[in-house]
Every structure is written in C-alpha cells, then in structure tokens.
Design a binder for this molecule. Structure first.
Ligand code: IVH
Length: 693
C-alpha cells in the first residue's frame, strides 16, 4: 500500500470507517436528544465525537459531506435570502371557533363526498403549533432546501439556518425497527411543519438579551421567527429551535393511503412528530378531543394556538380539494381567546439594568382568563408607533399561554380625539441624564452612570438566583435599603448588620436574621456566579462561566487586556470590549475592593491539558461512588483526554467502579490498563484537580 500524499485524493479505508462511525454516532445522539427527548451520551462525549469529526474533516476536506453533523454550526452571513418555489403550494386553514362550526365542517365534508350522516368520516386531530411554517425538500434522501411559507407559492430559502436545527435530519434514514411495516424512503419529498421555541428557550433567550441590553421578544412565536430569518446562521444555531412536522407537500417513490400513515412515516424517517395525535372515528370524538385539550394545552412546554382537524383518507382529501387557498379537508379549531378590552391610562417609561428605556402601558385593571392585568410592556418606541397606542385608547389585551400580557391592537373606532401620542423622553425619567438612541438600534438608553434605576436593577440582579443567589433579598427589601441609604452598590450588602434591617417595614427579627445569614452564605459563591452577578453588559451566565474558567480569579480578569479577553473561546469583540470597559471604571474598582475586604475573592480551578491525559482514551464503567460518570468524563475531557463509552484496543485506561461488567472483562482480555475509582482520584490529586462533592 502506498502512503497517502498531499496530492492523493483517496481517503484511507480506516479513516473513512472512522468518519462513518463518528457521523453515525453523532446523528444518533442528536436524534435521540432532539427528536425523542431521550439523551443517551454525556455532553463531554458528544463534544469529543464532534471535535474528532471536525479534525478529520479538516485533515481530509474531500471527505466533508453536506449532511455531516459538522454542517450544523452555521455558515458565513448572507446579505439576503434567495426565493424558492414550493412544488406544491403551502395552503392555510379555515377556522372554526365552536362546536357548531365543527359540525358544519363535518356536514360539508359529508355533502362533498356524497356520504350519509350515518357514514362517519375518520379524522386526525393534531395540535396547532404557534410558530413559523416551514417546508423542507429532500432529494435522494438529502436535505436540499429549507423554505419559509412566504406567500404560499414561494418562500425564502433559509437552508443554512434550517441546517442548524438539530431536530431536523440532514438525511433521511429509517429510525423504527425494520420489522415494522415501514414506508420506503422517498426519492423526493417536501416535508411540512412548524418551527417553534419552547417556553424555556424563549425565556433563556430573553434573559440573555436583557443582559446584553437588546430588546426582548414579545412571545415565543416572534422569537422563533426572528431566529429563523437570521442572515447569520451562527445566531440561529445558538437559539435551540425545534420543529414539529405534520404533513408533506410533493412526494415521489412512496405511497400513502392515509394522513396518519404520513405522520408515522415522518417519525420513521427521523422527523419530530408530536405524540399528541388522535385518530377520531367521527366528529363527536373530535369534539371530545378538543374539549379534553382546552385545559391540557396550558401545561404544554410550548405555545399552541388551537387544534387542527384533518380528514384521514387521502382519497377523500383529493375528492374534497381546496377552495380559496384553504383545503376543504382540514380546519383549525381556535379556543376562545384569552383577550379583554381595557383603557390605557398612561404610558410610563421603565429604566432597566443596562439603562434601556421600556415604555409600559398602565391600564385600567381587567381580568383576562382569571388573571388581573394592569400593565403590559410596549417593548420600544417603534413598537408603540407601529401599534399606534395612545394614552386614553381602548385596547385589546391578551395573555398567550404563560406569556406576559400584551396589547394586541387599538380599538380605533372608540377614539374621541383626546388621545395623547407617546414620545420617548429625551431625559431619563429617573435620573434626568440624557437618553440616547443609537442609529439602527430599537432601544433608547439612559446614559447616566449613577442612575438610581440602573443601580436598583443592578442590585436586584446581583442578589438574584443564578447570580449570588441571596435568599430573602429581593426587590422589596432592596428598595427599602436604597431608600434608607443603607446600600449604594452590591458590596454594601456585605456590611449590613441585623440592627440595620430590623427597623425596616415587614422585617421581623427572624427575617432580618435570615437575610443576614443568606448574605453571609453568598460569600462562597463560585467565581462564575460572581462575574455574572456584577452585571457586565453582554455577560450572561455562559459567558461568565467561560471568563471564570479562563482567568481563574477576579484579579486576573481585571488585569486582562481587551485582546486577551477576546482570545477566550466563544467570546467575541463586542463582549471583550464591554468586559474591559467595565473593569476600567473607578466604580468597579471600588466595589471589588470592598468585596475583597469582606473576603469575597473566589478562585476557579484553571484546568489545563496535562501530559498524562492529553489524547488518551478513557472509559468509565461500573458504579462510581464519589462522582457521577458525567462529572468524571467532564474532568478528564478538560485534561485533554477523550472519554469513551466502549472499550477497544485503542482504549488507554479503564476506570472500573463497583459491579463493573463486560467492559471490564473486555479491557482485561485486551490487556488495557484498569484502575479503581480510588486510584483515579489519587491520579487527579497528583495533577492538581480537586474534586468537589
Ligand atoms: S396543516 C393544508 N397542521 O397553521 C394544511 N398546519 O393556516 C395546512 N400549523 O401556518 C397546514 N400546526 O404552519 C397544519 N398540525 C398542523 C399545524 C399547522 C400549525 C400552521 C401552519 C400554517 C397554519 C395554517
């Protein structure tokens, strides 16, 4: 065999085998995690597989394929999206708002199909996801394009963004057991579905945006739409979007008789299909299902805006056809809206932690599905003008899912001419400093460095969960502490005495004691939490953790130059500048000095690659006593080793816990070095890693 040279296009057989194996393992892990919600491997193991695959693809660029999992990280930003024509148009749905309208739909279907009332029609009931409609085209099993709905005939080609959504397979493959009666893979298919964000992701993104002073999204739907239509797909990649698939457009090389068969096939081909689907024997069963979901829908971890009813038989669907761009064979059922009318008494401006000014509608209190609503954020000045909300207006407010109330629209017919337009103040309503609005940014900001509103928000943030986590020190107490001149910056909290608190309103002896104890306990918060708590613009929890791990102490971070900070993985120039500027302020110095004075100077272990572990493959097996397997894998990963779940000739070390089974046998048969958990812990001590329990 000749040695492969630089000019040799061939990839050695063992490399090809490893590439195939890595891609298979990563695809499988993605599928189980993002489609089936059943994580199987640790993050460390996943990162290791990904790193190895990237390494091989860099070494053998000719081996890169469009469906490799490395293609999910996002590509270079685009300037605009190309247009893509759907092979079969994406229709919209007519609505039904009550049981009578569902019966009318059923009657219409009977009439068109020439069926008697005693010949029931079979329907499929599904959730109606509140996100963004999407069409995915697969040719010869490969994802070719991802497209928005657009005008129904042509949409925007957003393939680069779609690739980053891990619930979307890059190639089609069977995932169900072959013994089941599965459909063959199609040679061509347009898969239709909805891209959504879970409530959890929506809140995470908004918190991150709040931290960095960007305007927050009004609801998960807007956030999903904003994320999917990013020109920079690397931004989309960080948004953890997901997609539920509910149908097909054009397809070739496969046959179906019912809609339900399509859903099963989609699930088999690797798509995420929602499990809350029911085949109903007649319209009464449909109605029972709709009623069952009236309450249940509130518990879903994502928003839906109703249910969809579809005729199950595809032959019947074809006979029913469509009218005015809606199919006659399907209807959306909308639950009564959580809406109410009320009057806007005022539009006030709130000042956030980063100085961002947010207009808020103060309304006549009104009940919206069991909750009294009196305030709704209007987000920013442009949004107020877009909705044209004026003081004195009658507006429709709504609560969607668990999301904060919003002003849907103004009832303009009720205007009498006395309504007052809103304008963003040019001076901060709290401190009187100038308000600036940077060209192209939606947010107006108070530039005052000693703005009490910003100081208050900063203090609340400092004590909040995820930051210093000081139980019992919330907004109400912080307001009192500020009003009584007891604190001016976060460090002042640590100089409080019980006697300072007891005279405050709603402060019994016991609660004062508890607050002081919680403040004292927070002194031992790890560095990452302290860095986050300082409230540096653009520094969320993840960035704080990266900074803490890289610099190891506040002093090292403070002394680092902007360039050094920018060299930390995952930290870009904007964040680096913000961090450097923060530590340049005299006010910051003063806070840090006082924190040190009370003994707050946490250190984070700077774990580095060690010679002993770099490049070694390590397998943990059996039950470990002092660590979880994930922790152990994480530790050796940071030391440069590759944790793995299977033993082979290439394994360098096996750490065997109690009741280790076949992996231990295999290691012994192959002559791989085996050590006990205690020996492993001793090794860790030698390389200077202390294990937290
Ligand atoms: S079926 C011809 N099923 O609702 C059938 N649509 O007006 C068209 N939607 O934006 C769609 N969940 O993206 C269907 N389970 C579901 C759906 C669903 C949400 C959206 C769809 C479109 C709108 C239809």
């Amino acid at each position: 065999m000749s040695t492969p040279s630089l000019f040799d296009n061939d990839i050695p057989g063992e490399v090809r085998a490893e590439l195939d194996d890595l891609r298979h393992q990563i695809n499988q892990a993605n599928f189980l995690y993002y489609v089936k919600d059943q994580p199987t491997i640790s993050d460390a193991e996943y990162d290791r597989l990904m790193r190895r695959l990237q390494e091989l693809e860099e070494q053998y660029p000719q081996a890169a394929t469009p469906d490799s999992p490395t293609q999910r990280v996002g590509a270079v930003p685009q300037t605009e999206f190309a247009t893509h024509e759907h092979l079969i148009p994406m229709l919209s749905l007519a609505n039904a708002f009550n049981e009578d309208e569902l019966h009318a739909f059923d009657d219409r279907c009977h009439r068109f199909l020439g069926l008697e009332q005693d010949q029931p029609i079979e329907y499929v009931c599904e959730l109606k996801f509140d996100g963004l409609a999407m069409s995915l085209t697969y040719r010869d099993g490969l994802l070719e394009t991802g497209t928005t709905r657009g005008d129904g005939f042509r949409g925007e080609n957003i393939t680069e963004n779609v690739r980053t959504i891990k619930a979307i397979p890059l190639n089609l493959h069977h995932t169900l057991r072959q013994s089941l009666d599965v459909k063959p893979l199609p040679s061509l298919v347009e898969v239709r579905g909805e891209v959504i964000l879970t409530h959890e992701e929506f809140h995470r993104i908004n918190e991150e945006r709040e931290t960095s002073g960007e305007p927050t999204f009004a609801n998960p739907r807007n956030a999903a739409a904003g994320s999917v239509r990013q020109l920079d797909s690397r931004v989309t990649a960080r948004r953890n979007l997901t997609m539920f698939c509910y149908g097909v457009g054009a397809y070739e090389g496969v046959d179906f008789e019912t809609h339900y068969e399509i859903l099963i096939a989609l699930g088999d081909w690797g798509f995420k299909v929602n499990p809350n689907v029911m085949v109903a024997g007649n319209i009464d069963e449909v109605i029972a299902y709709m009623n069952e979901w009236a309450d249940k829908k509130e518990d879903l971890p994502y928003d839906i805006d109703g249910m969809v009813v579809k005729v199950n038989s595809l032959a019947q669907q074809t006979r029913l056809g469509s009218v005015a761009r809606s199919p006659r064979w399907a209807i959306a059922y909308k639950y009564p809206a959580h809406q109410a009318r009320t009057v806007v008494n005022d539009i006030i401006v709130q000042v956030g932690r980063t100085g961002a000014l947010t207009p808020v509608a103060v309304m006549e209190p009104v009940e919206v599905s069991g909750v009294i609503v009196s305030r709704a954020t209007l987000h920013n000045e442009s949004e107020v003008h877009r909705k044209d909300v004026r003081i004195g207006d009658t507006v429709v407010v709504q609560r969607a899912g668990e999301v904060i109330p919003e002003v849907v629209e103004v009832v303009k017919e009720l205007r009498d001419g006395n309504e007052v337009e809103f304008h963003m103040p040019t001076k901060c309503p709290v401190c009187g400093a100038d308000v600036e609005r940077i060209e192209g940014e939606a947010v107006a900001r108070c530039v005052g460095i000693a703005c009490p509103a910003q100081i208050r928000e900063n203090l609340i943030h400092f004590a909040s969960r995820g930051a210093m986590d000081i139980d019992g020190v919330g907004p109400a107490l912080i307001d009192q502490l500020i009003d009584n001149n007891l604190i001016h910056d976060p460090a002042d909290l640590y100089f409080l005495k019980k006697e300072n608190l007891v005279p405050l309103e709603r402060m019994a002896e016991k609660s004062a004691e508890n607050a002081i104890r919680a403040i004292e306990q927070s002194k031992s918060a790890p560095l990452s939490r302290l860095v986050y708590a300082l409230g540096i613009r653009h520094v969320g929890e993840r960035t704080a953790a990266a900074l803490a791990q890289h610099f190891g102490s506040i002093d090292e971070l403070r002394n680092a130059s902007e360039e050094e900070i920018a060299r930390v993985p995952d930290i870009g120039p904007v964040v680096a500048k913000s961090v450097a500027t923060f530590f340049d302020q005299a006010e910051t110095d003063e806070v840090l000095r006082k924190l040190k004075e009370v003994g707050i100077d946490p250190r984070e272990e700077k774990i580095k690659e060690t010679e002993e572990f770099a490049g070694k493959t390590i397998v943990f097996t059996g039950a470990l006593q002092r660590l979880t397997r994930e922790q152990a894998e994480e530790i050796v990963f940071k030391l440069g080793a590759k944790p793995s779940s299977s033993v082979s000739k290439k394994t360098n070390l096996v750490v065997a816990g109690e009741k280790a089974g076949s992996k231990l046998d295999k290691a012994q048969a192959l002559g791989v070095k085996v050590i006990s958990e205690d020996e492993f812990l001793e090794m860790m001590e030698r390389v200077g890693v202390s294990i937290e329990e």
